[in-house]
Design a protein around this ligand. Structure first.
Ligand SMILES: NC(=O)c1ccc[n+]([C@@H]2O[C@H](COP(=O)([O-])OP(=O)(O)OC[C@H]3O[C@@H](n4cnc5c(N)ncnc54)[C@H](OP(=O)(O)O)[C@@H]3O)[C@@H](O)[C@H]2O)c1
Length: 320
């Protein structure tokens, strides 16, 4: 089968199309013939070599979020999955390929009209958005700020906050054009990356960015407000992060992280299935930046590195 592996750690050009033996599903696993493969920020981090200490070696096949058709099952797996179109999460590797192994506990059937491309755009991002808002104890009538709203997680958080009855949904983004696109998805206020241009405090901040600028957003929380970090595209917060949090003691605010790894498989599957159904009813919109053939993974990563992706970039194994 054809796959895309990290031949050399570093820039996008280190990715290469390789021929590998067809994988075989083991216990609790299925084999999926892919249609669509999500390209994520974590793929770029693994490609760079920054996670080499965590066991990611050159030769690693990137990718985790996929959709396609189950072609075989391993032992202990219900054979009725064979022939079914599904969304799946393969883990932190093996996804950029024509054939992918995934645990059966991650599978969500693609029912109705949802395409494989839309499924890998909505699935993981939508789940993080849903559980991130829940972790923040977001309630109808509250105001929400989404920091780093132009990526997959942010776009879904904006839409789910609107759908959940937010009184206002503010976003940070780097351009007026992106701000307009986020307004089309329901954002009511557009702030610059530093948070300039906002009007008032917010009950909930969902933060995809972290980095040095994170503590400056504490001042934007209302008393009893909650900030949940769901990503760190700008890296770790500064070393005095804790001191800055404590300096705001009298506003009774909360800071938490949220990782999807703490959610049960059953909860995640249920939420993703509901999001796919909502997309089918037109209640949430998957935002696909571009679809490229699997063998153009280098170009996909170059576009990500250039910061030009709004929403999700998707690889496909289906000839156009
Ligand atoms: N919590 C979980 O379970 C979970 C699961 C999967 C992924 N993640 C994490 O989520 C993050 C990726 O999410 P994503 O794909 O939605 O994000 P993304 O598309 O990589 O980035 C979101 C937006 O942040 C803005 N941004 C980028 N670099 C920035 C910087 N240095 N300073 C300020 N803003 C910046 C960009 O928008 P503008 O240019 O418009 O500002 C970008 O579109 C990663 O950190 C990943 O590890 C978490």
């Amino acid at each position: 089968m054809k796959a895309v592996a990290v031949q050399v750690f570093g820039g996008p050009e280190g990715l290469a199309v390789v021929d590998l033996p067809d994988p075989r599903p083991g216990r609790g696993q299925v084999l999926i013939a892919t249609e669509a493969i999500g390209v994520g920020g974590v793929d770029a981090v693994i490609r760079s070599g920054a996670l080499a200490a965590y066991g990611f070696v050159e030769g690693h096949v990137l990718g985790g979020e996929i959709a396609g058709t189950v072609t075989a099952v391993g032992s202990g797996v219900d054979g009725s999955w064979v022939g079914m179109r599904v969304w799946a999460f393969a883990g932190v590797g093996g996804g950029y390929a024509e054939l992918v192994i995934a645990p059966d506990v991650t599978l969500v059937p693609l029912l109705g009209d949802i395409s494989a491309i839309d499924a890998v755009t909505l699935g993981s991002s939508g789940a993080v958005a849903h559980f991130g808002l829940r972790h923040a104890r977001f309630a109808p009538g509250e105001s929400v700020l989404v920091r780093g709203a132009a990526g997959g997680i942010g776009i879904m958080t904006v839409q789910l906050a609107v759908r959940g009855g937010a009184s206002a949904v503010a976003v940070t983004t780097s351009s007026a054009e992106r701000g307009d696109r986020l307004r089309e998805l329901g954002a009511t206020q557009v702030l610059d990356r530093a948070g300039g241009g906002g009007e008032a405090g917010y009950d909930v901040i969902i933060d995809v960015v972290a980095g040095a600028g994170l503590p400056s957003f504490f001042a934007k929380l209302n008393p009893n407000g909650r900030m949940v970090a769901v990503g760190a595209v700008a890296g770790d917060p500064p070393a005095d992060f804790g001191a800055q949090l404590f300096a705001a003691f009298q506003r009774s605010m909360s800071f938490a992280t949220f990782s999807g790894a703490t959610v049960s498989d059953a909860d995640r599957r249920g939420v993703i299935a509901e999001l796919f159904a909502a997309a089918g009813r037109g209640e949430v919109r998957p935002v696909v930046h571009e679809v490229l053939p699997l063998d153009q993974a280098v170009l996909a990563h170059q576009k990500m590195a250039a910061g030009e992706v709004f929403g999700r970039i998707v690889l496909t194994t289906i000839a156009s």
